[in-house]
Design a protein around this ligand. Structure first.
Ligand code: B4P
Length: 198
């Protein structure tokens, strides 16, 4: 089993690149953003609660997100490996994820971070907001708020994985194909290393 975290600020291309990685490696894609948007679309109590935070560019509380991830695992017991997209976003979420994986006798093998400048991120998100209908992408103040939340609450997650020597950065600017080639090279290398160490 190989478990990968795709890490990076809002709009860095996690969703875009996840699709390519899932297609190539057959990972089960776990995007907490997509799961939350599904809850909102279905007007569940969880979705209605989450929407209040998301519309303001805030993170949804850890216990809500962790509970949602736990039930996702229950539905995918025989998964060959997971691609975590937009999760974990806090150190508490990273610790909870380690515990959930430990219970299933597995672990995070690699964290790949997409590096993109803030100006490019704002441009991409405002651009997506014109067509996606996502309320958190249409207002530049909300987008800037999401970046400050990322700096304060999410960037410490990088240090958490750096300590475990699982973290690698990849340039997230360029064409979608250039970036996916770089990500796939890194994954191939880590998978080869994992196989040779057994
Ligand atoms: P997410 O759904 O995770 O979304 P994101 O960070 O905005 O986007 P992503 O990085 O996936 O960007 P994408 O590929 O789509 O989170 C949304 C909200 O949900 C959060 O703000 C938070 O409130 C809540 N949430 C989610 N997970 C949570 C958690 N674990 N804990 C608490 N709260 C949580 O790309 C963006 C745009 O760029 C697209 O339009 C794409 O076409 C374009 N693009 C991609 N690659 C490009 C490239 N190479 N060049 C040019 N454009 C590119």
């Amino acid at each position: 089993m190989f478990n990968l975290v795709l890490f990076g600020p809002p709009g860095s291309g996690k969703g875009t690149q996840s699709e390519k990685l899932v297609k190539k490696y057959g990972f089960i894609h776990l995007s907490t953003g997509n799961l939350l948007r599904e809850e909102i679309a279905n007007k569940t109590p969880l979705g209605l609660e989450a929407k209040k935070f998301m519309d303001q560019g805030q993170l949804v509380p850890d216990e809500v997100v962790i509970g949602m991830v736990d039930s996702f695992f229950e539905k995918h017991i025989t998964a060959p490996g997971f691609l975590f997209d937009g999760f974990p976003r806090t150190v508490a979420q990273a610790q909870a994820l380690d515990k959930l994986l430990d219970l299933r006798k597995t672990e995070i093998n690699m964290v790949l971070a997409l590096e993109v400048s803030e100006e490019e991120l704002v441009k991409r998100l405002l651009n997506r907001g014109q067509t996606s209908g996502r309320s958190d992408d249409t207002n530049e103040d909300v987008i800037r708020k999401r970046f400050s939340v990322y700096m304060n609450e999410t960037s410490p997650v990088a240090d958490y994985y750096k300590k475990e020597r699982k973290f690698r950065s990849v340039n997230g600017e360029g064409s979608v194909e250039e970036i996916s080639d770089a990500l796939m090279q890194a994954v191939d290398k880590a998978m080869t290393f994992q196989r040779s160490s057994f």
